[in-house]
Design a protein around this ligand. Structure first.
Ligand code: SAH
Ligand code: SF4
Ligand code: F3S
Length: 470
């Protein structure tokens, strides 16, 4: 089924009208003072990119941005549903706004994002958080101005959960948080239905943006001085399969890479089942693509990978990783791992440990399995206690720390090209990142932020590198 792409002009015409109306209403309410919005984003980069669109729309509606909820006229939390802990944090932080709303009844409190696409969550917000005036899910992002307008003028609570997962809306204004490091969504949704994961239910089916639109946005970012551009999607290497003229992800990044300029191109996330040799060869032969592959394997046990519906086995994963090591000079590998999937035994978990030892990842994102309502795994038998899973988890962290330390100390003495990103508040040191996404701390002037520099690695402390300008 090809995507149904809604063209930008339609969106612009309808929603821009609402943005003007909001600006007028707020100008009267604030007696000419600029209204302020406070946006807090939970979850992954996909949510960060969505928040940048929301900020773009708010900016065009006359808003500036506040650093804390206390100063804002409009408070929005963009939520994540991936694990229970993420949801609990949102509920806790929303609850804390109750007093603020009591003191300042004119503020509008809103929730959006992945959690709001879960019916039971939206119902709980409706029933237990009466001070929340606007709720909308990921499928309603494109008509946020219209929803905000209704919440402002109708005086009624607006709750909207869409079912628009076959469409892509172009032309939404984006207000990027950074000036040299930026996100570029190339596709939305996911078709993989890993048995533990809520994402396909809250983000809908996989759909790709047109290659021409992505190329033009990427070139614009490069022109605007972005030095580190990350292409985003839940499974970027299945990019383009549903387009009218199918395009492979490798082809897309090859074409972006042809654009001249001093920048790094990254992407997230690749699924091991679709990580082709073509993609690895493309990275190896590119001028701008970072020497980094984030390739989540989740578990080292074939039995568990099958139960997770991941569509690859340990050997296929190792073959892919070994091909990458052979072909991409100095490749840095990172991964996501779930510990304690229902039915996982200690023997299965040891397979995960042995895979980590074999691959030697630079860093890992590790999670204890969290049951998600509505996913198949939530109904599987899960006999291992939380305490036991906690012990396995700690064992995993210890092994990875040892590996990361070994990998980092092997880099001492090398010269690396890094992008200087920020100043550490505590020490005044600069934070920088290598092409392989490894953090390096060094002394230097804050003027260097946003520039590439060559740095000699002088020390490795656990997994953090210390360097000096070369
Ligand atoms: N699309 C990406 C991952 C998105 S979610 C991919 O397939 O790699 C990010 C990570 O969260 C996943 O890789 C997984 O490790 C973890 N995760 C997802 N659902 C989870 C759950 N129910 N419990 C624990 N971890 C989970
Ligand atoms: Fe979730 Fe799997 Fe899709 Fe990643 S690929 S978002 S883990 S269903
Ligand atoms: Fe969370 Fe949604 Fe991302 S569930 S991890 S914010 S896609």
């Amino acid at each position: 089924m090809p995507d149904t792409t809604i063209r930008s002009e339609q969106l612009a015409a309808q929603q821009v009208e609402y943005m003007h109306l909001i600006a007028e209403i707020m100008e009267i309410r604030k007696r000419g003072e600029k209204p302020l919005a406070f946006i807090r984003t939970y979850g992954c980069q996909q949510n960060v990119a969505d928040s940048e669109k929301i900020k773009g729309m708010l900016s065009q509606s006359g808003f500036d941005f506040a650093d804390s909820p206390e100063d804002a006229d409009f408070i929005l939390f963009n939520t994540c549903a991936v694990r229970e802990h993420a949801e609990d944090r949102v509920f806790g932080n929303v609850g804390a706004l109750k007093n603020l709303k009591r003191k300042h009844p004119q503020i509008l409190i809103a929730l959006c994002g992945c959690m709001m696409e879960e019916e039971h969550v939206a119902n709980r917000i409706y029933n237990s958080f009466p001070f929340v005036g606007l709720v909308f899910g990921t499928h309603s992002l494109h008509h946020f101005p219209e929803l905000l307008y209704r919440a402002l003028v109708d005086g009624k609570r607006v709750f909207e959960r869409g079912n628009d997962d076959k469409k892509i809306y172009e032309g939404i204004p984006v207000r990027r948080d950074g000036s040299f490091k930026g996100w570029l969504p190339i596709m939305y949704g996911c078709n993989n239905f890993c048995t533990y994961c809520i994402v396909p239910y809250v983000r809908g089916r996989e759909r790709s943006r047109e290659k021409a639109v992505i190329l033009s946005e990427a070139r614009q970012m490069i022109n605007d001085g972005f030095k580190d551009i990350t292409l985003l999607g839940q499974n970027v290497n299945s990019y383009g399969k549903t387009l009218e003229t199918p395009v492979s992800f490798a082809q897309l990044i090859r074409e972006i890479d042809e654009t001249d300029g001093d920048y790094w191109l990254r992407f997230m996330t690749s699924h091991p089942k679709d990580c082709s040799k073509e993609l690895i060869d493309t990275i190896a032969g590119s001028r701008h693509i970072s020497r980094h592959l984030h390739l989540p394997f989740q578990s080292g046990s074939d039995r568990i990978l099958k139960a997770m519906n991941r569509h690859y086995d340990r050997q296929k994963y190792l073959d892919t990783v070994n091909y990458a090591k052979e072909h991409i000079d100095n490749v840095s590998l990172t991964s996501d791992i779930i510990v304690g999937f229902p039915g996982e035994t200690y023997a299965d978990f040891k397979e995960t440990l042995s895979l980590i030892r074999e691959v030697e990842f630079t860093s890992l994102f590790t999670f204890i399995y969290s049951p998600r309502k509505g996913t198949p795994a939530a109904s599987y038998d899960d006999p291992v206690s939380a305490e036991e899973k906690g012990k396995w988890f700690q064992e995993l962290l210890d092994v990875q720390e040892e590996i990361a330390a070994k990998r980092c100390s092997a880099m001492v003495g090398q010269t690396e090209r890094v992008l200087i990103e920020s100043v550490k508040e505590k020490t005044g040191e600069l934070n920088a990142r290598t092409s392989g996404n490894i953090i390096v701390e060094l002394d230097g002037s804050a003027d260097l932020i946003g520039t590439f520099q060559n740095v000699t690695i002088t020390k490795a402390r656990n997994w953090i590198l210390k360097g000096a300008l070369a």
